[in-house]
Design a binder for this molecule. Structure first.
Ligand SMILES: [Zn+2]
Length: 433
């Protein structure tokens, strides 16, 4: 057994007994408590106030410790293609065009190299589980899922992977939809994913999609209202469809950006529907900040713009947290035409989410956005908090408080795997050449 002594851990990720250690101003500014973490083999066996546990100690000297991150919304098939498919205008429309043309050059070796690089990056930054959307179209799904299954097997024991088969909603609601969905589930899809759009058939299509998913026994993971059009109310329609159909499986809604631009009374109604329907929200703040309110008009290197972005593109983060609607934050696209940057670093996602969303009033709950909540979304019992019976995959930061942690986000961190430290081996970009 090894004791990692004198760790400082966010109280929301510790056993409940530690909650009393943080009250008043401390809860507002530095909601973390000192503790010793006992580890035997791969698992945490005890967490106690400092100096109460007997055994060989490694003193962490009051440094901040998080459990391994869980990244619940990624795209490891599209990823790391920016160099060959950059978007000049960096807006949503051109991103889609660039992605479609890049897809034409996908092959097994290329998909494997980019996917493997993504997992190496994530693992080096302290992530232990990821859910990825994968292209479910007939054009590439055999290839994409074959590479995914190879990566899933190779990374088992380090990164737990889940997959969403992502297509347009018509793909599943067509007469051939059932066969297509069955094939994707057989190939390894854990969820069906679509990007619904407002149209006169939306309710009918959602009913068909939910009937299909019910029959197959899978949940839905959807890209929802990723735009700045207040009349885009797919989130509301999805919530109504869940309630109307009594859909029994989990429903995850990513983005939900346009909700933030609607009338307050309408927002409030939709949020109540979302809560009643038990929908789980995934916010992708870095991708939203990049794509939303982008005003470049032409696809040229120095195309004219119509001005500076005026909104941040994120969903109603505060209102959801106030209502107790579950929210997780995730990477989304990384170095592809939808988002030029990123490195599967969930700590970057965490810090950026706090800054973009002005989440300081919710600081004590923020660590859950990238750990406990997405772990629950993925049904992972071993991850998400620092408690007995959880995996001892831990991230140690050179910071003694939340303020130090959030002020120096690029400082090198240490990684604990079981009873030893492991080297964070961030892959060289040349591995993608
Ligand atoms: Zn996405």
């Amino acid at each position: 057994m090894t004791i990692y002594g004198n760790a400082k851990v966010p109280v929301c990720l510790l056993p409940e007994a530690f909650a009393a250690a943080c009250e008043g101003e401390k809860l507002h500014f530095d909601p973390a408590a000192r503790c010793d973490i006992a580890v035997s083999g791969d698992f945490i066996t005890a967490v106690a106030p400092p100096d109460q546990l007997e055994g060989a100690r490694i003193d962490l000297e009051g440094r901040m410790v998080f459990p391994a991150f869980v990244d619940v919304h990624t795209h490891i098939d599209k990823t790391c293609a920016w160099n060959r498919a950059p978007s000049f205008s960096c807006n949503f429309e051109e991103a889609g065009q660039r992605f479609q043309s890049d897809k034409a050059v996908w092959n097994e070796e290329d998909l494997y190299r980019r996917g493997h690089f993504s997992l190496k990056s994530a693992w080096a930054h302290g992530t232990a589980a990821m859910r990825t959307h994968l292209d479910g179209s007939e054009q590439v799904s055999d290839l994409v899922f074959s590479v995914y299954n190879r990566l899933k097997a190779e990374w088992a024991g380090r990164i737990t992977l889940q997959a969403v088969a992502l297509t347009g909603i018509d793909f599943f609601t067509a007469p051939e939809g059932r066969g297509r969905a069955e094939k994707l589930v057989d190939m390894g899809a854990d969820f069906l994913g679509v990007m619904p759009q407002m149209n006169p058939h939306l309710d009918r299509d959602l009913d068909r999609l939910m009937a299909l998913a019910s029959d197959l026994g899978v949940g839905l993971d959807l890209h929802v209202d990723e735009n700045n059009d207040p009349s885009s109310e797919c989130l509301r329609r999805i919530a109504q469809a869940v309630l109307r159909n009594e859909f029994p499986h989990p429903v995850f809604c990513g983005h939900c950006s346009s909700l933030a631009l609607q009338e307050p009374a309408r927002q409030s109604e939709t949020l109540n529907l979302v809560k009643s329907a038990g929908i789980k929200i995934v916010s992708l703040p870095m991708c939203n900040l990049f794509l939303q309110d982008r005003k470049v008009q032409e696809s040229s290197i120095h195309g004219p713009t119509t001005g500076t972005p005026l909104w941040r593109g994120i969903t109603l983060f505060h209102e959801m947290l106030d209502l107790g609607i579950p929210v997780a934050c995730a990477s989304d696209n990384v170095r592809d035409s939808y988002f030029a940057y990123g490195d599967y670093d969930m700590f970057e996602v965490y810090v950026q989410s706090i800054r973009i969303g002005q989440l300081e009033p919710y600081l004590e709950r923020t660590p859950q956005l990238v750990t406990a909540t997405p772990a629950a979304y993925m049904g992972l019992r071993d991850y998400g908090t620092i408690e007995p019976r959880k995996k001892a995959e831990l991230v140690v930061f050179p910071a003694r408080s939340f303020n130090e942690l959030l002020s120096r986000p690029y400082a090198p961190r240490q990684l604990i795997s079981g009873e030893s430290f492991r080297q964070p081996e961030i892959p060289d970009f040349s591995e993608l050449d």
